[in-house]
Each structure stands twice: as C-alpha cells, then as structure tokens.
Design a protein around this ligand. Structure first.
Ligand SMILES: Nc1nc2c(c(=O)[nH]1)N[C@H]1C(S)=C(S)[C@@H](COP(=O)(O)O)O[C@H]1N2
Ligand SMILES: [Mo]
Length: 231
C-alpha cells in the first residue's frame, strides 16, 4: 500500500510515472526508436556497434522504484531487459576490449542527453539495459529503444534512448550536457546517500528542484504529444 512505503530521504510519491527530463532535450528524440544500435567506444581496443547480440543475453525482469533528483519517486515499476553486468562481461569485454581501468562510463542518448556513471556502480545487481516496461515494449515516453535502469541512482543517471556507451579512464573530457551546470551531476548520484549534486548540500537543493517539477513534466509531455502528432 502506498501509505506504508518508506521513500529515500527527501523524496515524495508521485501520482504516476510520466515522461520527464531536462528541458533542453524535451523536443529531441532518437532517429531510430525501434532499433537498438549501440556504439561502444572510448578507451577500447576495438570500437564496435552492437545490435542483435543483446538478444543472446539472458533476459531478466525486475520490479524497482525510480527516484528523480527533483524529489518525485515512483514505486513498483516492472522493467525487462538484460543485466548491465552481463552486457559488460559477455559483449563489451570480448568484442570491444576496454582498457584496464577504464571505469568512467558515459552513456549517450539519441536525444543528445548524456550522463556518466562509474563502471563499478553499473556492474552492481539491479542495473539493467531495459527494453520493456510493465511487460510492453518500451515506448518513446520512457526511453525507447533501450534505457538504463539503475534504481539505486537518481533518475538523471538512468539515460534513455541509449545509442552509445563509452568507457574512459577519467572524467577529463567529460561535461554534463550543456547548458546545465556541472554541479547538477554528482559523480555517483546514489539515492540512499542523497547524492543529488556536487558541492551543494542536498537539503538545500530539494526546494529548488521541487518547484521545477510541474514545468519539466508539462514540457516533456507536450513535446511527446507534438512528436506523436507529427509521426
Ligand atoms: N536521454 C535522456 N535520458 C534521460 C533524461 C533526458 O532528458 N534524456 N532525463 C533524465 C531524468 S532527469 C529523469 S528523472 C528520467 C525520467 O525518466 P522517464 O521519462 O522515463 O520518466 O530520465 C533521465 N534520463
Ligand atoms: Mo530527473
């Protein structure tokens, strides 16, 4: 029952799970939302493009909660896909050959958004490359054709519409998507530790982020409706 759910610090239960995101990317969509085409690059021996290989990995289903850094949460989402650890060990390592120590991973969405995570966090149990939600093929609303599901990490780390994944040694050449300030991107972004952002204490950011929710929600929803009308 929703009343008995204990949410992580500073989070509230949202009435529903709708499209959400950073305003700059609301009007952008992947060119091929029906086809998984994953470029693996960065500090790797062989940059490769992955597609059908994903279907050879064991499928997993999981029910997990989702926590946006702006303080809304949804509980009990049923995702299906492949575990990131399987993807890494069975596809990335043999095919692309990442250099030893390339533990800084950049995930890029087909809408131009990108975000970085530590490989160590991506290899943890419960991290998925998901292509279904509630038993249905993932739609554009929630990240078609493929999205990251990392329930222990804030929503902004859960990159949608993934088209490329890069493995680097450090964050030297990385910046959070322009024009958003770098402080918005915590290096880990763990929900349980309320790692909302760098430099600023989380409690300070809560009210600022909270006022942005209706604006971001409306913009995301309207942009998708416009896209659907045009396509
Ligand atoms: N490609 C892409 N991924 C993204 C975003 C985005 O704008 N573009 N927004 C992030 C944020 S801030 C959140 S809270 C979640 C929202 O996921 P949803 O649209 O499935 O609700 O996606 C994350 N991944
Ligand atoms: Mo978010």
């Amino acid at each position: 029952m929703a009343e008995n759910i204990t949410l992580p610090p500073g989070q509230f239960l949202a009435p529903s799970f709708g499209r959400f995101g950073l305003g700059r990317f609301a009007n952008r969509f992947p060119a091929q939302p029906d086809t998984v085409a994953l470029k693996i690059g960065g500090a790797v021996a062989r940059p490769v493009a992955i597609g059908a290989q994903l279907a050879e990995l064991p499928r997993v289903e999981q029910v997990s909660d989702f926590h946006c850094v702006t303080t809304w949460s949804c509980v009990g989402l049923r995702w299906g896909g492949v575990s990131f650890a399987d993807f890494y060990h069975r596809i990335v390592v043999p095919l692309a050959g990442p250099e030893a120590g390339a533990g800084f991973v950049v995930l890029r969405g087909g809408d131009g958004y990108h975000c970085a995570m530590l490989l160590e966090d991506l290899l943890a149990p419960g991290v998925l490359l998901a292509d279904t939600l509630d038993g249905e093929k993932l739609g554009l609303e929630h990240g078609a054709p493929l999205r990251l599901v990392a329930p222990a990490h804030y929503g902004y780390k859960n990159v949608k519409h993934i088209g490329a994944i890069e493995f680097w040694h450090d964050r030297k050449h990385y910046r959070f998507p322009y024009p958003y300030p770098d402080f918005m991107d915590h290096p880990r972004g763990r929900v349980a530790l309320e790692e909302r952002a760098r430099w600023f204490p989380a409690w300070l950011l809560r009210p600022f982020y909270r006022v942005l929710i209706p604006l971001a929600r409306r913009k995301s929803r309207k942009a998708l409706a416009a896209y659907d009308r045009a396509n």
